[in-house]
Design a protein around this ligand. Structure first.
Ligand code: ATP
Ligand code: MG
Length: 244
């Protein structure tokens, strides 16, 4: 089926050691497939497990069990079986992850953050800097800010740097977690256009959006999460009443 991502029976539970060892289950057996060029949206109420799924794919969380397969030019990799070091390499080269907020190394400016992401995806020297400049320009980040410390940026500016880093030198699989939540309408529009253009270039996208308009415009399929499971799945127009 030409899948870029195939997730099977993914499970994740947290033990809260500070609260009597109580457990919280965020994923109760989740299956997801995403093909090249396909944009799959994740919807459903707060706490249903959407971010946990993206974090497990990115290995910010280690799943308890299940399979996460990523197809690359080197073949299909079982991500849950990779050592941390190999996972870091695959993550840098093949995955773009746009979390809601940017965490940049100290004393690093937007241009360098985005160029570093481009280098991890295989561009070198000037090509990486040029690609980063294109991305920042496309998202209308004021050039006066390109070399300032990211910590001084506003929420919306950080979010645009994060989108630029996630999408520059396009990754094979793009993971988006509420990527436009802090943007004004014009900047939101630019970001959504950029994301749509990546699908057209064959990037597989798995995205959490709170606004239904973005899902309808970008996604061909929606997975509606409820309590750690996929409760419904289908075309946006068929399932969004469930998600709303
Ligand atoms: N690091 C963690 N430690 C303990 N519990 C966690 C952790 N991360 C997530 N959870 C729990 O797992 C459940 C799913 O959380 P998750 O962040 O995946 O939800 P979500 O669908 O992304 O919600 P939202 O729409 O509010 O972002 C929640 O009950 C949450 O409290
Ligand atoms: Mg979330």
């Amino acid at each position: 089926m030409n899948h870029i991502l195939a997730v099977r029976d993914l499970r994740k539970q947290f033990t809260l050691h500070t609260i009597d060892g109580r457990t919280v289950t965020s994923l109760r057996g989740v299956d997801v497939d995403v093909r090249a060029g396909e944009h799959v949206a994740l919807a459903g109420p707060s706490g249903a497990g959407k971010s946990s799924l993206l974090r497990c794919i990115h290995r910010s969380y280690l799943p308890d069990s299940g399979s996460i397969q990523l197809t690359t030019p080197d073949g299909t990799l079982e991500l849950t079986g990779l050592a941390d070091r190999e996972m870091a390499r695959v993550r840098g080269r093949e995955l773009g992850y746009v979390a809601q907020f940017l965490s940049a190394p100290p004393r690093t400016g937007p241009w360098e953050v985005v160029a570093a992401a481009a280098r991890r995806r295989g561009l070198s020297g000037d090509a990486a800097r040029d690609a980063a400049a294109d991305s920042l320009r496309r998202l209308a980040l004021d050039e006066a800010l390109w070399d300032v410390d990211c910590s001084v940026l506003s929420g919306g500016e950080r979010q645009r740097v994060n989108i630029a880093a996630g999408t520059v030198a396009p990754p094979r699989l793009l993971l988006l977690d509420e990527p436009v939540s802090a943007l004004d309408p014009d900047n939101r529009e630019r970001a959504l256009e950029l994301i749509a253009s990546l699908s057209a270039r064959g990037v597989a996208v798995l995205a959490v959006f709170h606004d239904l308009d973005a899902i309808c415009r970008l996604a061909s399929r929606v997975l509606v999460f409820a309590d750690g499971r996929i409760a419904a799945e289908g075309a946006p127009s068929d399932v969004l009443e469930v998600a709303a």
